[in-house]
Design a protein around this ligand. Structure first.
Ligand code: UD1
Length: 430
């Protein structure tokens, strides 16, 4: 298995192009199942999770094409891809494909809407809590689906004539359940109202894609989505939004090492809560025409408390990275993780750098130290892995991050982007 070796201590200076958002690209790709016409996506990131979803979609019968670079385009520009589900040949999403990535479970929505049946393995993905699917099943049942669990599969059947619009009032905000019910409702008969919907920018990206495909959706970007079902959807061309988690990750890396980095293409409004917190740590953040500039103000890292929340709150996907930053603050800070019950696996690894962190239930208390020391560490989940890279960039001496396949699931060309800004970082082939 590949490892990353880095030697800490260098400031980050230069430009980093932000890639397309993984969490938008995946549901956008899944939306292609809703129509027999081609869906063209621009700015799809080159990630292991995208490849994995391609395999799943191909198994359902989707033809996938990756288009070549065009004159004048940067070499690092996201992929242009076409997804064409002319004929869905199989409505089963098997265990060996779905178990690797939780988001692949979301195919259940479009399959059920278009084919009136779906058999989808219960999901896998990062081991960050139990991550049940009760909200998905609740929503699909509200639209009239009959659901059975059979040998680890969710078997869903629409009523005769297809799904029927209804009010779906979620008891808890779920990104995946919102995507799934939103997609399913576009082809249901009549009106669906999703209450307590997730408001993440990735939901908006998908909702706007569905509208471009002919769906009727109002309330986009709010807690209540209203969908008027249509007979059929058609093809469209849609751009994947820039990755706000990658943006926040590099912003925190720059805050940790010092220096001056322009995050090209970043959309500050997609991570305002995180940027507000970063500003309080003593990081300068300047919105520029082509992105977001991040600079340390030279007075050290101030300790700031954080609580994770659904959008527009501070994202759980930046919690581990922020904790890495706080390990070198000049005070004591507390992080409260409210979204996932088991998302502190990076704590034991950060402690290997000499960090002072204790966890009590949902709350982690971090007492900053003037200096971390490089260490051998192990990547445990996608976002946790990159927190170890951030810590390593600022630690004295050598760090080796083992088991980095998690990083390749969600970060495009991480070592390349960081080394171009002066980091001493390389991949060691396993
Ligand atoms: C998505 C993101 C992930 C992010 C998370 C929260 C993608 C591909 N992944 O994951 O990066 O960390 O949102 O912002 O976009 N829950 C239930 N029952 C359900 C569904 C969810 O109890 O049926 C719970 C989960 O266990 C969790 C909380 O709801 O505690 C939020 O999860 P959810 O928003 O569904 O996360 P994902 O969509 O899996």
């Amino acid at each position: 298995m590949d490892r990353i070796r880095l030697v800490g201590g260098n400031q980050l200076n230069g430009e980093i192009a932000i890639s397309g958002a993984k969490n938008a690209a995946l549901p956008l790709m899944i939306s292609s199942l809703l129509t027999d016409e081609p869906l063209v996506l621009h700015n799809v990131p080159r990630l292991a999770d995208v490849k994995q979803l391609e395999r799943i979609l191909e198994n359902h019968g989707v033809d996938i094409a990756v288009h070549g670079r065009r004159r004048g385009e940067d070499e690092g520009v996201g992929q242009r891809m076409t997804f064409h589900a002319a004929d869905i040949v199989d409505t089963t999403a098997p265990y060996d494909l779905v178990s690797k990535m939780r988001a692949s479970f979301w195919v259940i929505g479009p399959l059920l809407a278009r084919c009136h049946e779906a058999r989808v393995s219960l999901p896998g993905g990062c081991a960050i809590g139990t991550r049940p699917v009760d909200l998905f099943l609740f929503g699909l049942q509200a639209l009239g689906a009959e659901i059975d669990i059979d040998e680890g599969y969710v078997v869903a059947r629409a009523p005769k004539g297809g799904l029927v619009g209804a009010t779906v009032a979620f008891s808890k905000v779920s990104v995946g359940a919102t995507h799934t019910i939103l997609m399913a409702a576009t082809l249901a008969k009549g009106k669906t109202v999703i209450e307590n919907a997730a408001q993440e920018p990735e939901i908006t990206n998908v909702a706007e894609c569905l509208v471009a495909m002919g769906a009727k959706i109002s309330g986009i970007g709010t807690r209540t989505l209203t969908i008027e079902g249509v007979e059929r959807l058609h093809g469209a061309t849609v751009e994947v939004i820039p990755d706000r988690i990658e943006t926040g990750t590099f912003a925190m890396a720059a805050a940790m090492t010092g220096g001056d980095v322009l995050l090209k293409g970043a959309r500050p409004e997609h991570l305002q809560a995180a940027l507000d917190i970063l500003a309080r740590t003593g990081t300068e953040l300047i919105a520029e025409a082509d992105g977001l500039r991040v600079r340390r103000n030279g007075k050290g890292i101030q300790a700031v408390d954080v609580e994770t929340d659904p959008f527009p709150g501070f994202p759980t996907d930046l919690q581990a990275q922020f904790m890495a930053l706080m390990t070198m603050s000049n005070g004591t800070s507390q992080i409260r993780e409210t979204i996932f019950e088991n998302r502190y696996m990076h704590v034991a690894e950060l402690v290997r750098f000499g960090a002072d962190i204790s966890v009590n239930g949902q709350v982690a208390t971090i007492t900053g130290k003037p200096q971390l020391k490089g260490a051998q560490v192990m990547a445990t989940d996608l976002r946790a892995s990159v927190s170890l890279v951030i810590a390593g960039l600022a630690a004295k001496g050598e760090t080796v991050v083992n088991r980095i396949y998690h990083l390749d699931r969600g970060f495009e060309r991480l070592e390349d982007k960081l080394s171009r800004c002066g980091a001493e970082i390389e991949r060691l082939a396993g």
